[in-house]
Design a protein around this ligand. Structure first.
Ligand code: DX5
Ligand code: ZN
Length: 216
């Protein structure tokens, strides 16, 4: 299991220190939430922040694009140093083109699903993606409450991947905490994002250690 702290919940005035802290704790990815004020209500981070992360750590940078027409920005985030990028199926008109483009640029390609978006929307694209991001909150803000129905969604996706003999990894994002991470991992998630649970307590290193332990 890979823990991916979301820097949206970090103290951005001390970004490099915050990243160093989660890296010491055993984080495997740095998750960057990009929001455009259209697809989601909030506006957050852009390519310059990805560049800053790239300079601060050797960990791979995972970019989550909550952006209408995200295909316009793929190259900017690859150039900034992203190692993996996810786009929302609800926000991209030509999803296959976006996924194929990411792969030609040498980054891992992910597709993200809002809580109300059915797994069936992945049917055609599933063989081409490196990972599926199952949102366990409605995207827009860190610190929201985990939607319990996400666990069953992860289980069903895990079964589909097994039945179709596909290797896409499952990422879960939103509302993860010490009390639910084990259930999420047992359901089939291999990459787990944590925002508030990693950063809000003020000691990100210790929080990451505790989350990894709780994951089992
Ligand atoms: C939500 C973002 C998440 C968020 C996670 O829209 O995509 O990555 O920052 O934060 P927590 O873990 O606090 O829900
Ligand atoms: Zn995210």
């Amino acid at each position: 299991m890979i823990l991916a702290p979301s820097i949206l919940a970090s103290d951005l005035g001390h970004l490099a220190d915050q990243i160093a802290s989660v890296e010491r704790g055993g984080a495997g990815l740095v998750h960057v939430d990009v929001m455009d004020g259209r697809f989601v209500p909030n506006i957050t981070l852009g390519p310059v922040v990805v560049e800053a992360c790239r300079r601060a750590t050797r960990l791979p940078i995972d970019v989550h694009l909550m952006v209408e027409g995200a295909e316009r920005y793929l190259d900017a985030f690859v150039d900034a140093g992203a190692s993996s990028i996810s786009v929302h199926v609800e926000a991209v008109s030509h999803l296959q083109r976006a996924v194929a483009h990411l792969k030609t640029r040498g980054v891992k390609a992910g597709v993200a699903l809002n809580p109300s978006t059915p797994l069936g929307s992945l049917e055609e694209i599933l063989p081409e993606v490196d990972f599926v991001l199952v949102m366990s909150v409605n995207p827009g803000f860190a610190g929201q409450v985990f939607l319990p129905s996400s666990v069953d969604k992860v289980r069903r996706l895990r079964e589909t991947l097994r039945d179709r003999e596909l290797g896409a990894r499952i990422q879960v994002d939103g509302g993860v905490h010490l009390g639910n991470i084990r259930t999420i991992v047992h359901a089939g998630a291999e990459i787990v994002v944590a925002g508030a649970a990693a950063f809000a307590g003020g000691d990100p290193e210790r929080a990451v250690v505790a989350l990894l332990e709780a994951a089992g």
